[in-house]
Design a protein around this ligand. Structure first.
Ligand code: F3S
Length: 378
């Protein structure tokens, strides 16, 4: 792989963290036959819940001894940093999670603790990024038209510290072409469609044909679910996403067939906000609660970023006045708090896929309205 003189210097740097980071990126580039490294606009680190990385991960992050060179943001942690006790988080977990946060702060990462970094740092069409967090990657590639591969937490840190990423995969325009047309019934929930599409495809990039315009939050849900049940890192939607018309329509065609009967249990927790809710979605939650005008009878947890909660204070206060909790910095999947429950109802295909595997709980699916109606006892 070709390296510039500046990159060679980084590789031979006396700073062990910098040289290690370059070694990681060069090794990745060689595995994927990248011809060179490219400069990236920003990096996003995932997998920082203490629940995921454990003690070895904490020690590795604490050993980093260099500042990030480009804006580097961070995915949700295992708890709300302010209301962790209310979530039922043990002090020992809190202490270890805070060690991770402190170590990330030390290298200059921005502790936004959300999987929706695109609400905080605007990214644009054609920009190169190095993002981990599959739901953010697929959103950036598909909805925005920015370019990033599905990085690991480690390669995203290496890119943050060096400002570089190997030039392969979705950084290259021709690798972003759709390979199969997926025809979706227009009445299907976007998250369900993403869930099933991800399961059906192996590695092919889908062009979604759905007979209606999806709003931006539906596209977010669809992508998150697709990336969770499969390897997808980009999709196109006919007549909607920014790059769909740059390529030919694939002749191979699949029709979606939805069936969720396998998910049935009586929920004791309803959890909304995977990926983290936007301000519009918080507004929608409140509208449904106001329409019913009844306090919740079950635990209703809503997850969003602290930044969104702070800029939507009025909405948060009103939602909580119905007995729901709006938590920040974390989510139902990466927090051990969810494990206390038997059956978690979600409106997210991604959470539906991961909760049984990672938190060992039963799951039930409903759209946003069905979830909230269940919480108020209807
Ligand atoms: Fe975000 Fe957690 Fe879902 S990190 S995408 S809310 S699993």
């Amino acid at each position: 792989m070709y390296l510039t003189r500046e990159e060679e210097k980084l590789l031979e740097s006396d700073n062990e963290t910098v040289s290690k980071c370059m070694e990681i990126l060069v090794a990745l580039g060689e595995i994927y036959d990248a011809e060179k490294l490219i400069d990236i606009r920003c990096a996003h680190i995932s997998g920082i819940s203490y629940q995921n990385i454990g003690d070895a991960g904490v020690e590795w992050i604490e050993s980093l001894n260099a500042d990030v060179k480009v804006k580097t943001t961070v995915n949700p942690a295992g708890m709300d940093l302010q209301r962790w006790e209310e979530m039922g988080i043990e002090f020992e977990f809190f202490r270890n999670q805070m060690r991770i946060i402190k170590a990330l702060k030390k290298i200059g990462a921005e502790i936004i603790l959300t999987c929706t970094p695109y609400y905080i740092e605007e990214v644009s069409l054609g920009e190169h990024l190095a993002w981990a967090e599959s739901s953010a990657v697929i959103y950036a590639n598909s909805v925005v038209g920015a370019r990033t591969n599905r990085e690991s937490g480690i390669s995203a840190i290496a890119s943050g510290i060096t400002g570089k990423s190997p030039y392969y995969g979705l950084h290259i325009k021709e690798n972003r072409a759709p390979e199969v047309t997926v025809v979706v019934n227009k009445n299907m929930d976007a998250s369900v469609a993403g869930y099933i599409t991800g399961k059906m495809l192996k590695k092919e990039i889908p062009l979604i044909r759905i007979g209606r315009e999806l709003d931006i939050d539906e596209m977010k849900q669809m992508g998150a679910a697709m990336a969770a049940t499969g390897n997808a890192a980009i999709f196109h939607i006919e007549h909607q996403t920014p790059e769909w018309k740059d390529f030919e329509t694939p002749s191979e065609r699949i029709e979606l067939d939805a069936d969720f009967e396998e998910f049935e249990c009586e929920p004791d927790l309803i959890a909304i906000g995977c990926p983290h809710l936007s301000k519009d979605e918080l507004r929608r939650v409140l509208e449904i609660l106001e329409k019913k005008n009844r306090n919740v009878k079950k635990n209703l947890w809503i997850f969003t970023s602290r930044r969104t909660a702070e800029t939507s204070k009025g909405l948060v206060v009103k939602i909580e006045s119905y007995g729901a909790k709006v938590f920040c910095d974390t989510c139902m999947v990466v927090s051990p708090a969810t494990e206390k429950y038997d059956c978690v109802m979600v409106n997210s295909g991604k959470a539906l896929n991961y909760l049984p595997k990672l938190r060992k709980v039963n799951v039930k699916f409903g759209d946003l309205e069905e979830c909230i109606l269940n919480a108020v006892g209807e």
